[in-house]
Every structure is written in structure tokens, then in C-alpha cells.
Design a protein around this ligand. Structure first.
Ligand code: PHE
Length: 470
């Protein structure tokens, strides 16, 4: 547990000792920073644009926004609330609340899904984080300057075709994450977020400014914001829902863990909405920076996971000061991914510490190493194993590589299931007076939230699941 200069403790994870020493956030701001650090990451800048491109644009974006409002924000509030009420790591918080209100410890399962999901996500997240690191060097060495779309595309396929390079950067990313988690000193990183997040934001604005002059801004904006429902498939709807969870770091108890450090008396609703809005704006800005470049250069919006690595470098190559801005952009992207990666590893490490009595360093080394090993499967599925599609016997998973499968199963199945369980826990299992006390909202706002988590969210998640099954 680190102590900030003012003497109050900030979120930094317990150092293995009992929960007696758990400090509270020094302020609401500290929570917003850490939660934003977790939420804003590759999901916003890498994943959102590419899945939007693959799923036809406007209608998908609209459904994503609806999912954020109707499912994401209410569940974030529920997670933060459960975390603060339980005041422990997610699994133990759920167990404590469940016991206190005379409920079944089976709710621990919610935490278990979270730990598993975080672990699986981090394995491939780290590989993509590695791409960002690799592009820092590519941009800094001036390799992007003046390149054609073909050459930029070639650079990217060259990276994917090289397992050794991918492994190197995957390793570097994982080590960066493990060092911070092991030391339990996130205070420094959180302080960095106060500078780096706004910087990323400004840089995205510069990129949008560049896109405005690309000649295809109107087309890019129309692609993002003009819904054409004929282009939205049932799978697209599931992907939109899954992404609402992924991008807000929901369904795997991260916000629960952070919520356990939130001081009483801070509005859970206001705080959750702030984080969600920041996260959504970053994603939309990334889309506005990327799609005009796609259309201006005759590229394919549905190019897949490489989309930002094939479009933004093109923009950096053409704009004045591009090598500088490009380097800065990938450095900031790395930081955004880093703070998210930490929050993916944190739950499993905390669980090993609390339940297995392992010290923090050992828990981090063990879980990080296993995760790193699993990441190698994702790396190979980009090249040597690109034909390996182990679940092709299930129609919905046909043709998906290991990397695609990990992404699909975590974001679109595990996280929504975790979120569903959180909604049911908050809406049906916990006692209402406990909810009211913890949320401390006006009665009409409380009713709106309560009806949403009790009915709307579970029905929406279940409906999207069923719709995909039939
Ligand atoms: N929200 C992060 C992103 O958008 C990813 C993440 C998911 C982090 C789940 C933690 C938990 O990049």
C-alpha cells in the first residue's frame, strides 16, 4: 500500500497483508483516474474502429451507444456499489455481502468468471499492446514518412508474419504490466494518467483535424453516424453488446475491485457516468480520426484487427511533423493499454494473495507467466497457425483462429455473462435497503437504476444471447 504525499493511501493494491490496512481513494478524482485508466485502452482505439468497420458502421455504432447507456452504465454502477459495500477483493466482497444478507456463497462465481476472463483477455491484449510498442519504433525511425497505403500495409503484414518480433514485444508489454502489479505501486502511474490521458485526447483531436482535411471526412462521419440497419447482423448486435462490456472494463469485477477503494459519500452514479462518457468520447474520436483516412485512401473499412495500424500510420506519413506525432501517439497508446493491462491482471493476483496466501510478487510472476505463455498461442495464430480454427464445428465460431476465439469468447460471452450475474445479484439478490443506502441517490434516480438492473439489463443481455442462438 503506498501512501500519497498528503498521507492518505491511494489505490495500489494491498501488499499481501490483511485487508485492515486498505486505504480509501484520496479523492473521487483518484478513482475516476484509475477507472478511466482501466476503461480507456486498446478497446477504444484499436478494437472499436475495427469492429465498427467489420459490422457495417452506423447501425452498429448506434447499438453500441444504446448498450453503453442501457447496460453498461447501470452495470458499472452496480459493480462499483458491490465493491464499495463489500470492501474486499471482488470474490470476497461478493461472498461477504452474500453472507451478510443471508445469501448463497455461490455468487462467488461472479468473481471467478471475472478472474478467468481477465486472464484470457490479457493474453491477447498483451500481443496487441506489443504491436503498439513496435510501432513506436517504426514511427520514430521515420519509416512511415511519405509511404503509400500499400507500403504501410506491407509493414503491418511484415510484423504479423514475424513470430519472433511479436513475441519480443508481447514479452515487453507483459513485463511492464507485471512490474507495476508486483510492486503494487499504481500511484505513480495514476499520476501519469492525469497528464497522458489528456495528451492522448489532444492528439486524437489533432488526428481528427487532419482527417477533416483528408477529403473524405463527410464519408467517414456518415459511415460512423448514419445507421443502415440492413448492415447489422445478429452477430453484430452481440459484438456491440460485448464491446460495451469490454470497453468499460465490465463483467470481470475490475470496477468492483476499484469500487472497494471508493470513499463513502461519493456519488456512484455521477462517477460511473463520468467514466463512461470519457471512454465513449475517446472511442468516437478514434473512429472519426480513422474512417476518413480509410475512405480517402480507398482502404477497406472491414480490414479487421489491423485497421488502425494500416490507417493512422498513413496519416502520420503524410502530415507535417508526422514522425513526431506518430511516435507520440503510439507511446500514449501504449500507456493507455498499460493501465488497462494492469487492471486485467490485478483481480487474479489479488485472489491468489487473499485466498492462497501467496505474496504479491509470487502471485504476479505465476499468473503473469501463465498468461504470457497463453499469449504465444495468439501470436502463432497470426502466422504459423493462421489455419488453425479449433472451434469450426460450431457455426458461429467457424473460421476463427485462436486469437479470434479468445477475443470472441471473452468479450461476447464471458463478460456479458459476468455482467448479467452482477445485474441479477444487484437487482434480485441484495437487499433493497442495502442498495438504497449504498447508492444514496434521489428516489426517482434510484428507481430508474433499480428497474434497469433488475429487468432491462438482464432481459437485454438474455435477448441478445438467445437471438444469436436461433
Ligand atoms: N477496457 C479496456 C479497453 O478498452 C479493456 C479491459 C477489459 C480492461 C476488461 C479491463 C477489463 O481497452
Amino acid at each position: 500500500m503506498s501512501v500519497s504525499s498528503s498521507g492518505s493511501t491511494t489505490l495500489s493494491g494491498s501488499t499481501g497483508a490483511a485487508s485492515a490496512g486498505r486505504g480509501l481513494w484520496s479523492s473521487r478524482l483518484a478513482f475516476v483516474l484509475a477507472a478511466t485508466g482501466s476503461a480507456v485502452g486498446l478497446g477504444n482505439i484499436w478494437k472499436f474502429p475495427y469492429i465498427t468497420g467489420e459490422n457495417g458502421g452506423g447501425a452498429f455504432v448506434l447499438m453500441y451507444l444504446v448498450c453503453i447507456a442501457v447496460v453498461g452504465i447501470p452495470i458499472m454502477m452496480a459493480e462499483v456499489m458491490i465493491g464499495r459495500r463489500g470492501g474486499r477483493s471482488p470474490v470476497n466482497s461478493l461472498r461477504a455481502i452474500a453472507r451478510k444478507d443471508g445469501l448463497k456463497p455461490a455468487w462467488m462465481l461472479v468473481g471467478a468468471i471475472g478472474i478467468l476472463a481477465g486472464f484470457l483477455i490479457l493474453s491477447f491484449y498483451s500481443v496487441i499492446g506489443g504491436w503498439a510498442i513496435s510501432y513506436i519504433g517504426t514511427a520514430a525511425s521515420g519509416q512511415l514518412a511519405g509511404q503509400s497505403a500499400d507500403a504501410i500495409g506491407g509493414l503491418f503484414s511484415g510484423l504479423l508474419a514475424s513470430p519472433g518480433t511479436l513475441l519480443l514485444w508481447h514479452t515487453v508489454f507483459m513485463v511492464l504490466v507485471m512490474v507495476v502489479v508486483a510492486k503494487g505501486v499504481k500511484a505513480g502511474l495514476e499520476r501519469a494518467v492525469t497528464i497522458l490521458m489528456p495528451a492522448l485526447f489532444v492528439l486524437l483531436l489533432i488526428m481528427v483535424g487532419y482527417a477533416m482535411n483528408s477529403g473524405a471526412f463527410a464519408r467517414g462521419a456518415a459511415f460512423l453516424f448514419q445507421p443502415d440497419f440492413s448492415k447489422l447482423s445478429t452477430t453484430g448486435l452481440l459484438v456491440a453488446l460485448g464491446h460495451a462490456f469490454f470497453t468499460l472494463s465490465l463483467g470481470m469485477a475490475v470496477m468492483m475491485a476499484y469500487g472497494s477503494y471508493l470513499p463513502k459519500g461519493v456519488s456512484i452514479a455521477r462517477t460511473s457516468i463520468t467514466v463512461s462518457i470519457i471512454d465513449t468520447v475517446v472511442a468516437l474520436l478514434a473512429g472519426l480520426a480513422i474512417f476518413p483516412v480509410v475512405f480517402a485512401n480507398g482502404l477497406e473499412p472491414g480490414a479487421g484487427p489491423g485497421l488502425i495500424f494500416q490507417t493512422l500510420p498513413l496519416a502520420f506519413g503524410q502530415m507535417p511533423g508526422g514522425s513526431f506525432f506518430g511516435t507520440l501517439f503510439f507511446v500514449l497508446l501504449l500507456f493507455a493499454a498499460w493501465t488497462s493491462g494492469i487492471s486485467l491482471l490485478e483481480p487474479i493476483v489479488e485472489w491468489l494473495e487473499e485466498r492462497k496466501g501467496m505474496n504479491r510478487t509470487l502471485s504476479t510472476v505465476i499468473s503473469g507467466t501463465v498468461c504470457w505463455l497463453l499469449g504465444i498461442a495468439s501470436i502463432l495464430s497470426l502466422n504459423l497457425w493462421s489455419d488453425v480454427t479449433p472451434m469450426s464445428f460450431i457455426p458461429a465460431l467457424e473460421g476463427k483462429t485462436i486469437f479470434d476465439l479468445l477475443d470472441f469468447l471473452t468479450a461476447n460471452i464471458l463478460l456479458p455473462l459476468g455482467g448479467l450475474a452482477v445485474a441479477v445479484f444487484a437487482g434480485w439478490v441484495m437487499s433493497k435497503p442495502a442498495l438504497e443506502a449504498e447508492m444514496a441517490m434521489s428516489s426517482s434516480a434510484f428507481r430508474l437504476w433499480f428497474v434497469t438492473v433488475r429487468y432491462v439489463t438482464p432481459v437485454a443481455v438474455a435477448a441478445v444471447f438467445l437471438y444469436n442462438l436461433v
